[in-house]
Design a binder for this molecule. Structure first.
Ligand SMILES: O=C(O)CCC(=O)C(=O)O
Ligand SMILES: [Fe+2]
Length: 198
């Protein structure tokens, strides 16, 4: 007995293909009540969209740095995309531990796609331009917005013009916290420096 496999990608195809998928789904719901969804393409699309967002940002950053539009993208080529799902359990003594201690991200462009709606804890350090004072800013999930932070490699490529972001995750007593982030970084070991900016 083969459990049905539904390919939802067909829903965006031609009408005949769409009808076929709709019928398969209908049969699976009626006759089985459980089924597989073929997600390879969905996952690929999800990652491809994240990469194209990061590449768009890389292009704008390159231009803003007075570099050729493809500079950062080419430095990262072929990019490697890492994805990380994290779960921080609730902790009875948040005064004693961090979910994630203060750090910067080693990659290039980091995109947070999912943050727990109910349990916060992500803080970023902001240097006050006027006073040299540093302040932790809480980053709360904001519905249809995607949060982006700059990793070490963008700071290096920019010759220090762009700052890698220091951040940390506090742990809460009120419940576990979930997050999902993607990192765009060079696939190969490279020496990057930027003659123009340095
Ligand atoms: O879980 C988060 O919200 C942030 C995780 C993070 O900073 C990291 O994995 O480097
Ligand atoms: Fe981080």
């Amino acid at each position: 007995m083969e459990i049905p496999v539904i390919d939802l990608n067909g829903l965006t195809g031609e009408e005949s293909e769409r009808m076929k998928i709709m019928a398969q789904l209908h049969e699976a719901c009626k006759d089985w009540g459980f089924f597989w969804i073929r997600t390879i393409e969905l996952v690929n699309k999800y990652i491809a969209q994240t990469v194209s967002l990061a590449e768009k940002l890389a292009e704008c950053m390159s231009l803003n740095l007075g570099l050729a539009s493809g500079y950062i993208k080419d430095t990262f080529a072929q990019p490697s995309v890492g994805t990380k799902f994290a779960m921080y359990p609730a902790c009875p003594r948040p005064d004693l531990v961090w979910g994630l201690r203060s750090h910067t991200d080693a990659g290039g462009i980091i995109i947070m796609l999912l943050q727990d709606e109910t349990v916060g804890g992500l803080d970023f350090l902001k240097l006050q331009a006027d006073s040299n004072r540093e302040e932790w800013v809480a980053v709360k999930p904001q519905g249809n917005r995607i949060f982006v932070d700059i990793g070490d490699q963008i700071e290096v490529i920019s010759g220090g013009v762009y700052k890698r972001a220091v951040h940390r995750v506090a742990i809460g007593t009120e419940g576990r916290r979930l997050s999902n982030g993607h990192v765009l970084q060079p696939r190969r070991r490279r020496n990057h420096y930027n003659k123009k900016v340095l």
